[in-house]
Design a binder for this molecule. Structure first.
Ligand code: SF4
Length: 150
């Protein structure tokens, strides 16, 4: 069920993300879930979400940089679309794929959108902040098997 109206990344969120004294966990949730996810419930983010996990991995490794995300300040999330790299590398390993993700459902309800991590990576790709290869590297979680392999 949708609870959030994602309006994009604010200057305040960037201040949180840039603050080296803080851990990046809450900042990652702010720019990913609060700013980009229609399903965000005002909590700490969902551990099982492949999209949030990808953004956290990207920030930790430096593949997703504060300067990349800064390009999206005040840019609202764009329309959702299927992107093969994201669906193959990220959704295929997400614990919500089997029954928990409207967007990836075989029969998606009208207007179903992907999670915030998916939408944020798509926005970074569309903005030219990340190349397709860089998005693939962030989206791929080597620690998780695909749902088909389980
Ligand atoms: S769009 Fe759905 S299946 Fe894909 S990573 Fe997000 S929650 Fe998981």
């Amino acid at each position: 069920m949708r609870r959030n109206v994602p309006e994009g990344i604010s200057v305040g969120m960037m201040t949180l993300l840039s603050d080296k004294r803080r851990g990046q966990g809450s900042a990652a949730v702010a720019v990913t879930c609060q700013a980009y996810c229609a399903y965000y419930k005002g909590e700490d983010g969902e551990d099982g979400c492949g999209g949030l996990a990808a953004i956290k991995r990207g920030l930790a490794s430096g593949r997703v940089a504060v300067d990349h995300i800064k390009l999206l300040v005040d840019v609202p999330p764009g329309p959702a679309r299927k992107d093969r790299v994201l669906t193959d590398k990220m959704c295929a390993r997400c614990s919500y794929l089997a029954g928990g993700c409207d967007f990836m459902s075989p029969s998606p309800p009208p207007g179903a959108t992907p999670c915030g991590g998916y939408r944020l990576l798509l926005a970074l790709l569309d903005k030219g902040a990340l190349t397709e290869d860089e998005v693939e590297a962030v989206a791929h979680d080597p620690g998780r098997r695909t749902q088909d392999a389980q």
